[in-house]
Ligand binder design. Structure first.
Ligand SMILES: [Cu+2]
Length: 179
């Protein structure tokens, strides 16, 4: 029983039992398999994206996002009234995550590169791009940068997949890709 002390005081000096050695070996090998799977899936799965991260003040990030949106806004979304922003290819684009929205809506061009910056203005959110199933954690005070090349035109959803409070389920954004 775990709650009573072992009868022999120096029990750890006894040889390890065979079953325990086997279990340690199994756990160790499985650990190596899981570790290799991370690297393998980074290359093959195309879902664990390479990213850069920088420290950023939420106010500074918000200012950058608003400046970009003001400059390249082309129209407004009919349903939500959110600005639809069409930035020039190759540029830095800033997507805000906050309670409970993704702001603004970007319209990107197929086959072009963008540096997508993600940050939160309040607390932790999860960027989940559907139906591609790309998942990224979004933190306040961190500017996470991904180099993205949209490969197919269409309308994508951005869903928050990190529970962030009472409005978590309505935290759905949009990303448009045009030809
Ligand atoms: Cu959220």
């Amino acid at each position: 029983m775990a709650i009573s002390p072992p009868e022999r005081r120096l029990w750890w000096k006894e040889p390890i039992g065979r079953a325990e050695v086997i279990w340690i070996a199994v756990a160790f090998v499985w650990g190596l398999v899981m570790f290799s799977a991370m690297i393998y899936w980074h290359i093959v799965g195309e879902q664990n994206l390479s990213n850069e991260a920088y420290r950023v003040d939420p106010e500074v990030f918000a200012a950058r996002a608003e400046e970009l949106a003001d400059k390249y806004k082309v129209r407004e979304d009919e349903v939500t009234g959110y600005p639809i922003v069409h930035p020039p290819p190759g540029s830095d684009i800033y997507l805000i995550a906050r309670l409970w929205e993704w702001w603004p809506i970007f319209e990107l061009e197929e086959g072009q590169n963008y540096r997508l910056h993600l940050s939160s203005l309040d607390w932790q959110h999860g960027f989940s791009l559907q139906p591609e199933n790309i998942n990224i954690q979004v933190h306040p005070n961190y500017d996470l940068v991904l180099t993205v090349t949209p490969s197919e035109a269409g309308e994508y959803s951005i869903v928050c997949n990190e529970f962030c409070g009472i409005g978590h389920h309505i935290m759905v954004g949009k990303l448009l890709v045009v030809e």
